[in-house]
Design a protein around this ligand. Structure first.
Ligand code: B12
Ligand code: SF4
Length: 470
C-alpha cells in the first residue's frame, strides 16, 4: 500500500527534534513491502500548499499523522499546538479520500479526546510499528481491524480503546528510516541525533505520562544492536554526538553498562548524553559513562528537598541526589538538573530549599519549570480533583500548582528567576536564539544546548539580549 506519513511538529525549542517515531513507523512499513513517503513539516513554511501537492502526487491509500507534541507543557508561557494540527488534518481531509490514522507520543497521552477534536475515527496508541502493519494488512485484505490491540476506533458514535500489551522492545533489529529526513538541515539548526535503547518506565512519578505512552514494563534492546546503530550513524552520516531518548538511560543499570562497555570495546569515538535517574550512580558506573563518551547527564531531579521528592513520587532522596551529582561532577561529566516546582505540598520554603541546594551544587545548568501539566490517568489528576480543580477538558493544558505558593504565582516565579539568575526558568524566559545556536554549532559545539549554556549566555548578553536560554 502507498502510505503517506506526516510528522506535524514544528516546534524549534530547544532545537528542531528529528521525528524518530515517524521514521520507525516508516521503516516497519517499508520492511513489509509498503511504499512509504514521509512529509516532515518541521521545515515546511506553508503546509496548506505542500500537503495538496504531496497528496496529489503520491495518492496514498492511508495517511498517518504523527503527533509528537500537543502543547509545550510550560507555565505561564503555554503554547497549544493542536489547533494548528487540526488545520493540517482538515487540509488532508479536503485533498484525499484516503483513511487517516493518528499516532505519536503526544497523541498517546489523550487519544480519544484528540480523535474527537479532529473528528477522526482511527488512532494507534503507544509504539506503533506492529500495529500499523497489522492495520494496513487488514485494510488490504478488506477484513475487520477492530480486534487489533493498540488501536482506538469509533463505533456507533463512541470511541473504543483496545488494550496495549508489550512483552518485548518489539523491533530490536529495526532502525529508523533516517534517510527520509533532511538531516543536513536538522544539524545545521542545532539538532542532536536521537537513538533509543529501551522502551517503558517502571517508576511511579505522580505526574508522568511516559508509562502511559510506552508502557510500564521496561523492554531493552540488545546492546550490541544499539551500538551497531551508533556505528552506522557515524559511518553513514558522520554523526559523532547522540542523545539516548530512553526515559531513563541508567535503568536497568546492567543494560546501560553493557552499552557503555560495547562502545569502549569497539573503540567508537562518540559523544552522547541522555536522561538519568540519580538513584543508580556508582563510582564504577560513572567512570564507564565517561570513558564511553558521555559528555553530560540530564537528571530528572525535580526537587532537592526530601518532602517534595516524596510528594512527587521520586525514587530517591536528597542524600542520594547530592552524592550522585558529586560523583558525576568529579568524573568530569557536565550536569543538568531539571526541576519541577509547584507540586502538591510545595511552599515558598521548600522551593527555596530546592533552589539553594542547586546553587550549592553548582551544576552546568539548572532548568526550572513551575506547574505540573495534568494528564488523564496520572496520579496528579486524582490529587488535583481532590484539591478541587475543575478538570473538564484536559486537552487544553491545565497545570497543578500548589496553593501554598501564594495567589500570584507568576510573580513568585519571576521573583525566583530574579533571585537565581544563573538558572533557566522555562516558561518565563524567551526561547532559544536560533542564530546563536547555529553559530555555536559552526564553532564546533555539539550536544544539547544546556551543555554550553554559560557560553551562550555570554554571547546573548553581548548582543544585549536577556540571557539564560537553552
Ligand atoms: C526524548 C524526548 C525529548 C528530547 C528530544 C531529544 C531528541 N534529540 O530527539 C528533548 C529533551 C529535546 C525534548 C524536548 C521537548 N519535549 Co519531549 N520527549 C522526549 C520523550 C522522552 C521521547 C520521545 C521519543 O523520541 N520517543 C521515541 C520514539 C521512537 O517514540 P515516539 O516518538 O513516541 O514514536 C512511537 C509512537 O508514538 C508511535 N508513532 C509515532 N508517530 C506515529 C505516527 C503514526 C501514524 C502511528 C500509527 C504511530 C506513530 O510509534 C512510534 C514507534 O514506536 C517523550 C516522552 C516519551 N516517552 O515518549 C517526550 C515528549 C514527546 N516531549 C514532550 C514535550 C512537551 C517536549 C517539549 C515541548 C518540552 C519543552 N517545553 O521544551 C520539547 C519539544 C521539542 C521539539 N522541538 O519538538 C511531551 C509531549 C506531550 C505534550 N504535552 O505535548 C512528551 C510526550 C513528554 C510528556 N510531557 O509527556 N523531548
Ligand atoms: S519521570 Fe522519569 S522516572 Fe519518573 S515515571 Fe517518568 S520517565 Fe519514569
Amino acid at each position: 500500500m502507498q502510505v503517506l506519513l506526516i510528522a506535524v511538529n514544528q516546534e524549534k525549542h530547544p532545537y528542531p527534534v528529528q521525528p524518530i517515531g515517524a521514521t520507525y513507523i516508516a521503516a516497519a512499513l517499508r520492511e513489509k513491502g509498503h511504499h512509504v513517503k514521509l512529509l516532515d513539516l518541521n521545515f515546511v513554511d506553508d503546509f496548506r500548499k505542500e500537503i495538496p501537492l504531496v497528496l496529489n502526487g503520491f495518492k496514498p491509500g492511508l495517511v498517518g499523522i504523527s503527533i509528537r507534541n500537543i502543547d509545550n507543557t510550560m507555565y505561564p508561557n503555554m503554547e497549544f499546538y493542536l489547533p494548528r494540527i487540526k488545520e493540517i488534518v482538515n487540509c488532508c481531509k479536503a485533498y484525499t479520500p484516503a483513511r487517516l490514522v493518528v499516532g505519536g507520543s503526544g497523541f498517546s497521552v489523550m487519544p480519544q479526546e484528540i480523535l474527537e477534536y479532529f473528528d477522526l475515527d482511527l488512532g494507534i496508541t503507544g509504539n506503533g510499528e506492529e500495529v500499523i502493519c497489522a492495520v494496513v494488512s487488514r485494510m488490504e485484505e478488506g477484513t475487520d481491524i477492530e480486534r487489533i490491540d493498540g488501536i482506538v476506533y469509533k463505533k456507533n458514535g463512541a470511541y473504543i480503546k483496545n488494550p496495549v500489551t508489550y512483552t518485548s522492545y518489539g523491533c530490536d533489529g529495526l532502525e529508523p528510516d533516517r534517510f527520509l529526513l533532511d538531516l543536513e538541515r536538522y544539524f545545521e539548526e542545532g539538532s542532536v541525533a536521537p537513538i533509543q535503547s529501551k522502551r517503558g518506565c517502571e517508576f511511579d512519578c505522580i505526574y508522568c505520562t511516559y508509562p502511559l505512552i510506552e508502557g510500564k514494563m521496561v523492554r531493552v534492546r540488545d546492546p550490541k544492536m544499539v551500538v551497531d546503530e551508533i556505528e552506522k550513524l557515524k559511518r553513514d552520516y558522520g554523526i559523532d554526538y547522540v542523545f539516548f531518548i530512553d526515559n531513563v538511560f541508567n535503568y536497568p543499570m546492567n543494560h546501560a553498562i553493557a552499552i557503555c562497555q560495547e562502545i569502549i570495546d569497539r573503540k567508537i569515538e562518540i559523544q552522547w548524553t541522555g536522561f538519568f535517574n540519580p538513584t543508580f550512580m556508582t563510582e564504577e558506573s560513572v567512570s564507564l559513562l565517561k570513558e564511553s563518551g558521555c559528555s553530560g547527564v540530564e537528571l530528572g531531579t525535580e526537587a532537592a528537598c526530601d518532602k517534595m521528592l516524596k510528594n512527587l513520587g521520586k525514587s530517591f532522596n536528597l542524600n542520594t541526589l547530592i552524592s550522585s551529582h558529586k560523583l558525576c561532577a568529579e568524573a568530569g561529566l557536565k550536569t543538568c538538573h531539571y526541576l519541577l516546582l509547584g507540586g502538591p505540598g510545595e511552599t515558598i520554603e521548600t522551593a527555596e530549599e530546592t533552589l539553594q541546594v542547586m546553587r550549592e551544587l553548582n551544576p552546568t545548568a539548572v532548568i526550572v519549570a513551575t506547574g505540573i501539566r495534568i494528564y488523564p490517568g496520572t496520579p496528579i489528576e486524582k490529587i488535583a480533583l481532590e484539591d478541587g480543580y475543575n478538570l473538564q477538558n484536559l486537552l487544553i493544558p491545565q497545570f497543578y500548582i500548589s496553593k501554598e505558593l501564594g495567589e500570584n504565582v507568576e510573580e513568585t516565579i519571576q521573583n525566583f528567576a530574579k533571585k537565581y539568575p544563573e538558572f533557566i526558568f522555562e516558561g518565563v524566559h524567551k526561547k532559544t536564539s536560533k542564530e546563536i545556536l547555529k553559530m555555536m554549532r559552526r564553532m564546533g559545539f555539539k550536544g544539547p544546548s544546556w551543555e554550553f549554556a554559560p557560553v551562550m549566555n555570554r554571547l546573548l548578553k553581548r548582543q544585549g539580549q536577556d540571557g539564560q536560554k537553552t
